[in-house]
Write a protein that binds this ligand. Structure first.
Ligand code: NAP
Ligand code: GCO
Length: 266
C-alpha cells in the first residue's frame, strides 16, 4: 500500500458535533470521502433532518442525532446509542459552537456563561464521554475547533475569546493526560470563514459597498480573501488520520496567514 493510505479514514467512526451545516458539515463530508462513517448531532430534529438531507444529496449516509452538547446526561446517553447503533467513536470533532457579539460591560453573566457552556464546557463533556472507549480500543483522535480568538481578542467577543482560549488549553491538557493511550488531541484554528456564523460581518451595506469588517479582514489576511469551509477539509483529514499520530497538543491555524501578518497599510 502507498503512503497515501496514512490519510485514509476507512473503517473509522467519526462524530462531528453541530454538523448539519457550516464548518462541521464540510469536515464531516471530507471524512466521509476519506472512508469514515459519519455521525453528527444538532440541537433539534429540524436541523438534524436538514443535515441528513444535505449529506444524502452528497451521497453520504450519515447517522444524525438530536443532542444539546451542553447536556452531560444527554451526551452520555448518545455515546451509548452511537456505540450500539454505529460503533465506538474513533474520531471526535468538537465543532458545535456559538458566538454572542456584545460589548463586555453590556453582556449579562448569563450570556457570558451560555457561550462558555457551549464553546468550552461542551467539548469537555463530549471528550470525557468518548475517551474511555478510545482507551479500550487503543487509539483515538479528538479535534477541537478553536479560533483566531484562541490567540487574539477583539471588541464584543469577550466570552467567545475566553472560551476559545480555554479550548486551546483543554486541547493541550487532553494531549498531556491521554497521549499515553495513543489518543491525539489537536485543535484547528480557522481564520475568518464564510459561514452563517460570520454572515453578519459580511453583509453588504445599503449602498452596496462591503461591510467595514469584511474590508478589515481582507486587509488583515495575506490571502486577501475570507476562508471557505472547504479550506478546512484537508487539515481536518490530516489530524484525523494516521498521518498525524505523532502530532499532539497542536493548534493548526488555517487562517490564510492572518496570525503572521501585521495587516495591509490603509
Ligand atoms: P455555525 O454556522 O453557527 O454552526 C454551528 C453549529 O453548531 C450549528 O449547527 C449550531 O446549531 C450548532 N450548535 C450550537 N449550539 C449547539 C449545542 N448546544 N448543541 C448542539 N449543536 C449546537 O458555525 P460555524 O461557522 O460553522 O462554526 C463551527 C465552529 O467553528 C464553531 O465552534 C465556531 O466557533 C468555530 N469557528 C468558526 C469560524 C468562522 O469564521 N465561521 C472561525 C473560527 C472558528 P444552531 O443552528 O441551532 O445554532
Ligand atoms: C468574530 C468572528 C470570529 C470568527 C472566528 C475567527 O466575530 O470575530 O465571528 O470570532 O468566528 O472565531 O477565528
Amino acid at each position: 500500500m502507498g503512503f497515501e493510505q496514512n490519510f485514509s479514514l476507512k473503517g473509522k467512526v467519526a462524530w462531528v458535533t453541530g454538523a448539519s451545516y457550516g464548518i462541521g458539515f464540510a469536515i464531516a463530508s471530507a471524512y466521509a470521502e476519506s472512508g469514515a462513517t459519519i455521525v453528527f448531532n444538532d440541537i433539534n430534529q429540524e436541523l438534524v433532518d436538514k443535515g441528513l438531507k444535505a449529506y444524502a444529496d452528497k451521497g453520504i449516509k450519515a447517522h444524525g442525532y438530536v443532542c444539546d452538547v451542553t447536556d452531560e446526561a444527554a451526551v452520555n446517553a448518545l455515546v451509548e446509542k452511537i456505540e450500539k447503533e454505529v460503533g465506538v467513536v474513533d474520531i471526535l470533532v468538537n465543532n458545535a459552537g456559538i458566538i454572542r457579539r456584545i460589548p463586555m460591560t453590556e453582556m449579562s453573566a448569563a450570556e457570558f456563561r451560555k457561550v462558555i457552556d457551549v464553546d468550552l464546557n461542551a467539548p469537555f463533556i463530549v471528550s470525557k464521554a468518548v475517551i474511555p472507549s478510545m482507551i479500550k480500543k487503543g487509539h483515538g483522535k479528538i479535534i477541537n475547533i478553536c479560533s483566531m480568538m484562541s490567540e487574539l481578542g477583539r471588541e464584543t467577543v469577550s466570552a467567545y475569546a475566553a472560551a476559545k482560549g480555554g479550548l486551546k488549553m483543554l486541547t493541550r491538557n487532553i494531549c498531556s493526560e491521554y497521549g499515553k493511550y495513543n489518543i491525539q488531541c489537536n485543535g484547528i484554528g480557522p481564520g475568518y470563514i464564510a459561514t452563517p456564523q460570520t454572515a453578519p460581518l459580511r453583509e453588504r451595506q445599503p449602498d452596496g459597498s462591503r461591510h467595514p469588517f469584511d474590508s478589515f479582514i481582507i486587509a488583515k489576511t495575506p490571502a486577501e480573501r475570507w476562508g471557505e469551509t472547504s479550506d478546512l477539509m484537508g487539515p481536518a483529514v490530516f489530524l484525523a488520520s494516521d498521518a498525524s499520530n505523532f502530532v499532539n497538543g497542536h493548534i493548526l491555524y488555517v487562517d490564510g496567514g492572518i496570525l503572521a501578518y501585521i495587516g495591509k497599510q490603509p
